[in-house]
Design a protein around this ligand. Structure first.
Ligand code: 5GP
Ligand code: ZN
Length: 142
């Protein structure tokens, strides 16, 4: 797992929060901001970022996660009401760690509208060989 990166002048999302670089903000609350992703996977692809710097999901306090979840409801309302084509569904995604695809080490939740089955985000079930879940469960039983 990557080392958690602290806030720095180089963090692109901290710079957005401080209004040092522009962003297309569509909603906000006291702890988080929702903005359009600069490189969208689908039309309306939005990311929600906390105003304070936390490197990933695991290092974000529950109170802040809750504020992000609350803001996600607002974002969905806006996207459902105002996009030229109404999304048929959404994927809510957060990548943790470089290996999982995290590029910006300031926690963010992706909200990815879905218009067609084979476009946008998709889990790749069945593509690689994995252990039986019963075998995995043996390690995890509490
Ligand atoms: P990750 O790969 O870390 O889960 O997602 C980072 C996301 O941030 C990417 O989807 C990328 O397009 C987006 N992104 C990177 N830099 C900027 C930026 O300066 N502005 C905006 N709005 N999005 C950004
Ligand atoms: Zn940051």
């Amino acid at each position: 797992m990557n080392k958690c990166k602290k806030a720095s002048n180089k963090c692109i999302f901290c710079q957005i929060v401080k209004k040092q670089i522009p962003a297309l903000i569509i909603a906000k609350n006291n702890k988080a901001i929702a903005l359009l992703d600069i490189n969208p996977v689908s039309d309306g692809h939005t990311i929600i970022i906390p105003k304070k710097h936390y490197c990933d999901w695991q290092n974000t306090p529950p109170k802040v996660l809750f504020a992000i979840v609350k803001l996600s409801y607002k974002v969905i309302k806006i996207l459902n009401k105002s996009l030229p084509i109404k999304p048929l569904g959404y994927n809510y995604v957060s990548n943790q760690g470089k290996i999982a695809g995290q590029q910006v080490f300031h926690f963010h939740l992706h909200i990815i509208p879905k218009y067609k089955e084979n476009e946008g985000f998709k889990l790749d079930h069945g593509k690689i060989k994995v252990k039986k879940i019963g075998e995995i469960y043996k390690y995890l039983t509490i």
